[in-house]
Design a protein. Structure first.
Length: 312
């Protein structure tokens, strides 16, 4: 028994007429009658009673019609499911975000657009440091991540640059410069700088150090933070000052003030990273949406989309 036998049978059973069924199927009546006869012979029972005008189902035929409809519906569902999975319309994406990237308005906009376009793809979010997310990407434990990576992280990965935003100073509210809107970096020569450990994000750490040296001083390092988010309350507690991506302004904590940096301004990038050899259709769709959303916006805390030469 083949699926075509069931399709032919269902057509005849619903039309109760071989001529109409043949027209519906787009085949001749003799081949259709032959296929039904072969099906009856294989099953060892009569499925139709021939009448003067048309046919009627036997009890065995009525049972087969019920079962055949279920089988054909399941086959159709399987075919549809496979095609949707191949197009990336179903499945799951384990999606990381690090370095407080989700505070940039572009990132939730991308996630929202993806969820609307592909509602049957389940997103599993993970938040961690950039270093851990990059390690999990390499290990195949997550599928993609919004990160602030360094060039050294790119081996084996595709990095799609979404945001290139300026960095800003964050100082305690009662700092002598707390009433200003901007200040040169050299104003903080004698201040302890709160950073998080270099191994968690070498790129961020090195950019801050380089910016201070460009301003003519070696920064005095204060206490380390485990991630970028704890930097803000540590500054509010008066433990030092820090340099953070401008989108971190979204963290509106009493006790801190954000200042623009006068002169040469260090910048921070957000990229969407995934394994270069990943053939996952949902990941490809996520990249396409990220590019489209980033290309159609000017981020509130950045310059929107700029092509990354390392992206495929």
């Amino acid at each position: 028994m083949e699926l075509r036998h069931l399709r032919y049978f269902v057509a005849v059973a619903e039309e109760l007429n071989f001529t109409r069924a043949a027209e519906r199927l787009g085949i001749g009546q003799p081949p259709l009658s032959l296929q039904i006869r072969q099906l009856e012979e294989e099953l060892g029972t009569q499925l139709f009673r021939r009448k003067a005008r048309g046919v009627e189902l036997t009890p065995a035929g009525k049972l087969l019609l019920e079962e055949a409809r279920i089988i054909l519906r399941q086959v159709e569902q399987a075919e549809t499911g496979v095609r949707r999975r191949a197009r990336g319309e179903t499945g799951r994406v384990i999606l990381g975000s690090g370095g407080a990237t989700y505070f940039h308005p572009l990132i939730p906009a991308i996630i929202r657009e993806f969820s609307v376009r592909y509602p049957d793809v389940v997103l599993h979010p993970q938040a961690s440091s950039t270093a851990l997310l990059m390690a999990r990407l390499h290990a195949g434990q997550i599928d993609a991540a919004f990160v602030r990576p360094s060039v050294d992280d790119s081996e084996g990965l595709a990095l799609h640059l979404l945001v290139d935003e300026p960095m800003v100073m964050v100082v305690p509210k009662h700092h002598p410069l707390g009433t200003k809107s901007s200040a040169p970096l050299r104003s903080f020569t004698n201040e302890p700088f709160i950073l998080y450990a270099r191994e968690l994000n070498p790129d961020y750490h090195d950019r801050v150090i380089a910016a201070c040296r460009d301003a003519g001083f070696e920064p005095r390092l204060g206490p380390q933070a485990p991630q970028i988010l704890p930097v803000i309350p540590m500054v509010a507690a008066g433990l030092g000052v820090s340099i953070v991506p401008e989108s971190t302004r979204q963290i509106r904590l009493d006790g801190v003030v954000y200042l623009e940096i006068e002169g040469k301004v260090p910048r921070s990038r957000i990229s969407l990273a995934h394994r270069r050899d990943d053939r996952s259709a949902p990941v490809r769709n996520l990249v396409a949406i990220a590019r489209r959303v980033a290309g159609g916006r000017t981020g509130a805390a950045g310059e929107g989309w700029r092509g990354d030469p390392r992206a495929p």
